[in-house]
Design a protein around this ligand. Sequence first.
Ligand SMILES: [Fe+2]
Length: 307
Amino acid sequence: MSVDTPSEPAPQLRREALLPNERSRGLGTVAVVCTMAGVASGLALATTLMAMQVADSMSVRTCPYRVVTTSEVQPILVITGDLSDWGDRDDYEWLKARLDQFPVPARLCIGNHDRRATFLSVFPDYDGPGGFAHGVHDTAAGRCLFLDTVQPETHAGHFCDVRQQWLEARLSEHPGPFLMFMHHNPMPTHIEPVDRIRLLDDAVFRNIVGRHRDSIRHIFFGHCHLPLAGSVAGVPASSLRGTNHASYPTFAEKELLSASDLPEAYGVVFLGEDYVTVHMVEFGYAGPIRIEGSPDYKAWDRETMAR
Ligand SMILES: [Fe+2]
């Protein structure tokens, strides 16, 4: 007579990084975490994971998280806009207090949910020429440009003459390479309601980018809440689902924006001397992360591999 023995629970891997996700505060952020390391050691960079653990109540997950630390990289956190849901001063003060304690330097863009004047009253360092919240930040991987694409009283993005001149001047005064961060999508998604609130001056913007394409490594944007990759006037560009909520590509929908319960996500980007690797980390996924097996060729077999 055989006795069934209870099967051992499948071993699981621990999660390694976490970013803020506090829906109750209405944060609509789309975030990119960039690990900048344009140092000679591309190999070291590729094998290094980002150190990122947000303390205390910033976590809404109960999963075990592992802090991964590294000394080889020069990390920076970038939030590509919609820092607040309704542009409330309280939100910016809360964000500033959190970022002041954050273990990684942070740089911000504003989006259509933000109010520029209120944002600048809490983050006065971002007050740039023409009153726009542009920014410049040098890293080993390149000069980062943070663009202000916000126009009051509309969700669509704008890039007026003043902003065009600012960008043209920044791209002309320095040999690069550049990394560009912005909120609104600089190319159409071909989802009609989404594109109605895209960067409306996108053709002009692409024209500027095209003139400097050889010195721009990548363009990161938010706004769409969709994992997107493509190019802008020959420059690689990408976006991600966002830390607040997910959209869904409803190509037949002509009027209304979509939302879904797909997992929230942030990005982790590794920059080597001659490559850019962009991850979309779905931290909103609450399921298990199983051990699939060894990467060794001889270790794979039909009987033991988990799928
Ligand atoms: Fe947005």
